[in-house]
Every structure is written in C-alpha cells, then in structure tokens.
Design a protein around this ligand. Structure first.
Ligand code: AR6
Length: 169
C-alpha cells in the first residue's frame, strides 16, 4: 500500500526512513539535517565508515535515536534543467532505496520528496517519478509512505497517486 502523509519524517515509527542526503552522507540542511539531529551523532560516525554514496545509489545505517529502525540514505540529482540525466538519476535513487530496503527485510518505509528542496527538482515531475517507482515495489511492502513536509506538497503527491495506478516499467 502507498500512502501520502504530511509531517516530519523523523517522527515516523516505520522500519526505515529514507534520507535525501548529499554524497558525503555526513549531514547537511533540510531533511538531512533534521534526520541527523534526531538520530544523534552516532549516525554521522557510522556513515563516516560508509565512504560516501554516488548520486542515484543508496546506503543503509541503523536508526540510532530515531523511532525508525533504519536510515536509508540516498542521493538525488541536482536539477540542471532536465537534460543531464536527472529523471533517470531520481528514478535510481528511489529504486535503489527500495531494493536495499528489501535486502534488509524492511516492510514499512517512508520517503521525503527527494531532490525537490535545495536540489531544485520541480515538484510535479519529481512526485510522478516517486509514485511510479513506488508502484513497482508496492506489493513487496506492507506500507510505502510519501512523507510530505507541507500540505501543498502532499496535494501534488495525492494527485500523482490517483493518476499513476500501475508500475509502467
Ligand atoms: N520531514 C519531511 N520532509 C522534510 C523535512 C522533514 N523533517 N525537512 C525538509 N523536508 P531537501 P534535496 C522536505 O532540501 O532537495 C541537504 O543539505 C523539504 O520540504 O531536504 O534532496 C542535503 O545534505 C523538501 O520537500 O533535499 C543535500 O545537500 C524535501 O524534504 C541537499 O540538501 C527535500 O528537500 C539535498 O537536497
């Protein structure tokens, strides 16, 4: 099942929350800053040992002080106008996060709107990519949550969820 919710992803009691990280995996602003703040300094220490993460890939860490059991960090693309492989990179970020979750027996997972903040990806196409990849994995999870920080973002996701009913890959 895919659901859209509004609020702070760091509060969610799910098997895994996904972080919209940068390639260092050592923290930053936005949702990344909030997750590191809530998980505590052990997340940064743990991630130091992971040696970074290229755009479109994903890495897993324990949740430390978070209610979530795991943090899956992925790196979405920076938006440069759409002609530099951004859609495929964003698709890969979602796909690799979900594959890594399955490898770790995660049954419930929450995603923020990857790349749509500091990285500048336009919200509507980003939400369409998020929902279409989620549709392809839906049957293998109990719950995939699209965790939106504001109601206006949630509205865009709800619309995409209605329009995109199946996995098209
Ligand atoms: N819970 C859920 N969503 C949130 C939260 C939260 N606590 N805080 C922000 N958002 P962004 P990006 C939303 O900028 O575009 C960092 O510095 C936010 O409103 O966090 O992938 C990293 O280190 C937006 O809708 O991520 C990277 O350098 C969405 O999360 C860079 O930002 C994503 O916004 C990554 O940029």
């Amino acid at each position: 099942m895919i659901e859209v919710c509004t609020g702070d992803i760091t509060r969610l009691d799910v098997d895994a929350i996904v972080n919209a990280a940068n390639p260092s995996l050592l923290g930053g602003g936005g949702v990344d800053g909030a997750i590191h703040q809530a998980a505590g300094p052990q997340l940064r220490e743990f991630n130091r040992g992971l040696g970074g993460c290229p755009t479109g890939e994903a890495r897993i860490s324990p949740g430390f002080r978070l209610p979530a059991r795991h943090v899956i960090s992925t790196v979405g693309p920076v938006w440069h106008g759409g002609e530099q492989g951004e859609p495929d990179l964003l698709k890969n970020a979602y796909r690799h996060s979900l594959e890594l979750a399955l490898d770790n027996r995660v049954r419930s997972i929450a995603f923020p709107a990857i790349s749509t903040g500091v990285y500048g990806y336009p919200l509507v196409p980003a939400a369409e990519i998020a929902i279409s990849v989620m549709r392809c994995f839906e049957s293998r999870f109990d719950l995939i949550l699209a965790c939106c920080f504001s109601q206006s973002v949630a509205d865009v996701y709800e619309d995409a969820l209605e329009r995109i009913a199946d996995c098209s890959e």
